[in-house]
Design a protein around this ligand. Structure first.
Ligand SMILES: [Mg+2]
Length: 256
């Protein structure tokens, strides 16, 4: 791992699981930070802001700035601003992290009763999502707002078992509005690739560390860099289904 310059690393299932640090991986990342590598956290989890994640990461001894955290909410907010060259009215369906990143990019945050003014509906994970909120999103889309999915993870893994993910909420809106999401801004996507390239200046000597093939290994493939998958996901791989270098490990400490 020390031969790389940039380490892009997933959050849930690599650094922690429902807030419980995964110690071997955290220890390995601490040592890579000490050696001067750029550690950039890349998460589809849209519920918290970059600022909050940086704060929580520092609490477990990982000195990572907010600018070194890229969430699917952040990439959605940046993408909309770049396309529109400005902040625009957005109806968010998501938690505080989505609202904060949209605000920081200058977008106007609409409440569900203001759906008529929406130019975009941005959807992330919302663990308190309501019938009325999803319906407001559907009305906005039918009124020509563009649907932006922060990510399409259909399930949220939890200690109690899988729960509804952001992708499931996106699918509800797509099914009932009859309109497919315009873009997905999280893993795997070219939008995210461009944001990560802007951040580092180069994707040479970079590696992507994650716990999911469909998101993390696919993102590495889009970026043309190798992937390290930690945990049990190796059992789900179909031979020949990935073109880039793909490595498996029980944890990151094995690779230090
Ligand atoms: Mg993960």
């Amino acid at each position: 791992m020390s031969n790389f310059e940039n380490v892009f690393v997933d959050l849930d299932g690599v650094i922690w699981l429902e807030g419980r640090p995964l110690e071997e991986n955290v220890e390995a990342l601490r040592s890579l930070l000490k050696k001067g590598l750029n550690v950039i956290v890349v998460t589809n989890n849209s519920t918290r802001s970059r600022r909050t994640y940086s704060f929580l990461l520092r609490k477990i001894g990982l000195d990572i700035d907010p600018v070194e955290v890229v969430t699917s909410s952040y990439s959605a907010a940046v993408y909309i601003r770049e396309i529109e060259q400005n902040g625009v009215p957005v109806l968010p369906i998501g938690e505080a992290g989505l609202v904060e990143e949209l605000s920081l990019q200058g977008h106007v945050i609409l409440t569900m009763s203001e759906w008529k003014h929406a130019q975009y509906v941005a959807v992330g994970l919302d663990r308190k999502v309501s019938y009325e909120q999803v319906s407001a999103g559907i009305r906005a889309i039918r009124n020509n707002a563009k649907l932006v999915a922060t990510n399409r993870d259909e399930l949220l893994p939890t200690i109690e078992g899988p729960k509804l993910g952001a992708g499931g909420i996106v699918k509800m809106i797509e099914a009932s509005s009859g309109v497919k999401a315009w873009v997905t801004t999280g893993k795997p996507s070219y939008i995210l690739r461009d944001i990560l390239l802007d951040l580092t200046g180069s994707l040479e000597r970079s590696v992507f560390v994650g716990d999911k093939l469909a998101t993390d290994a696919r993102q590495a493939e889009i970026m043309g860099i190798p992937a390290v998958i930690v945990g049990k996901e190796r059992y789900n791989i179909e031979p020949g289904s990935y073109t880039r270098d793909l490595f498996f490990a029980n944890n990151l400490l094995e690779l230090i």
